[in-house]
Design a protein around this ligand. Structure first.
Ligand code: F6P
Length: 370
């Protein structure tokens, strides 16, 4: 019987439990045993009780739970060779031959590296006496599949990541509430949202709430005709205020930068509104309220479809096929080469670093074959 392990890694995201549930139940339905690895890669490195078989009923009710019930971590140990060696030993000892990882680009990069190192890791474990040749014989090849769980929606090669829409819903609710108090006091609110180096949450929240301004990393503001962006923003807010608009909402991605790659902070925007326009202004940092909470229906569906596909992907993998990343493109669940998706995601950051913002946007959206 094939043994399939599943873990969640990096920042939790709503829908991760639905993904684990789907992997567990689909594995069982396809005649395999399912194992949860608790606490992300930490569970692999530490082994023991952190690797546990899960049965059909164990995941009952998980669809609607926020966070991740099997725990997660940003695991430093797995970044070291020694950590990955321990992880390989524990996988072999528990008999797991396929691993499904639900996490962000860092976690999936780790998964791909682990798979490429696998033959040398198990050879080392035999040579140093940690495992016998007989133990590693059935584990010469490790199958891996990645599912992208992240509120940031920052992975290239997939239109959407598990958790992004739940987080967006939460942001919209918060901004709607803020809108009411902003209107009451004729105030401006600068709302900082998460997303790391990606502006998707800020941009889509801005569209969904009709915000006055949005600042994102991929499209730094530029001034028009001899003016600075600060002049343009203040002029435009002033115009709207003169037309009777009482509230001003500005959404700032936590990674927002200007054309010189300097951070644009909520505090700086507040100073502009207070000093130039004398508007009573408050800053609200939504923080982790955006990440916790129940998954929206879309994330439950996305995670379930992708969990099912991830199991199918590991069952049909061969040593010659690249590790797949399960994505969603134009409303269809897709398999892409994990290594390509990860490299393309890295290329976005590099393009931003050399101020090639157009290329960064292209790379986010470019499609490539699996
Ligand atoms: O990647 C998800 C995310 O929530 C980012 O949006 C944010 O920058 C980061 O994680 C926060 O990390 P932590 O929870 O470790 O503070």
């Amino acid at each position: 019987r094939k043994k399939i392990g599943v873990l969640t890694s990096g920042g939790d995201s709503p829908g991760m439990n639905a993904a684990v549930r789907a992997v567990v139940r689909m594995s069982i339905a396809r005649g395999c045993d399912a194992f949860a690895i608790y606490e992300g890669y930490d569970g692999l490195v530490r082994g023991g009780d952190l690797i546990k078989q899960l049965y059909w009923d164990d995941v009952r009710g998980w669809l609607s739970e926020g966070g991740t019930l099997i725990g997660t971590a940003r695991c430093a140990a797995f970044r070291s060779h020694e950590g990955r060696l321990q992880a390989a030993k524990h996988l072999v000892q528990s008999g797991i031959d396929a691993l499904i990882v639900c996490g962000g680009d860092g976690s999936l990069t780790g998964a791909d590296l682990f798979r490429s190192e696998w033959p040398s890791l198990i050879t080392e474990l035999v040579n140093n006496g940690s495992l016998t040749k007989d133990q590693v014989e059935p584990h010469k090849f490790l199958t891996i599949a990645g599912m992208v769980g992240s509120i940031d929606n920052d992975m290239s090669a997939t239109d959407v990541t598990i958790g992004a829409y739940s987080s967006l819903h939460r942001i919209c609710e918060a901004v709607d509430s803020i809108g009411a108090t902003a209107f009451s006091h004729s105030r401006a609110f600068i709302v900082e949202v998460m997303g790391r180096h990606c502006g998707w949450l800020a941009l889509t929240a801005g569209i969904s709430t009709g915000a006055d301004f949005v600042f994102i990393p991929e499209r730094p503001p530029v001034g028009s005709a001899g003016k600075t962006w600060e002049d343009d923003m203040c002029d435009s807010i002033q115009r709207r205020r003169h037309r009777g608009k009482r509230e001003t909402i500005i959404i700032v991605a936590e990674g927002a930068i200007d054309a010189e790659l300097e951070p644009i902070t909520p505090g700086y925007i507040k100073e502009l509104l207070v000093n130039r326009l004398s508007i009573d202004t408050r800053v609200t940092t939504l923080g982790h309220t955006q990440r916790g909470g129940v998954p929206c229906a879309f994330d439950r569906i996305l995670a379930t479809l992708q969990g099912v596909e991830a199991v199918e992907a590991v069952l049909s993998s061969t040593p010659d096929t690249p590790s797949p990343m399960i994505g969603m493109n134009e409303n269809k669940v897709t398999r892409k080469a994990l290594v390509d998706a990860v490299n393309q995601t890295k290329a976005v950051a590099e393009a931003i670093g050399r101020k090639d913002f157009r290329r960064a946007m292209e790379l986010r959206n470019t499609e490539f074959e699996a």
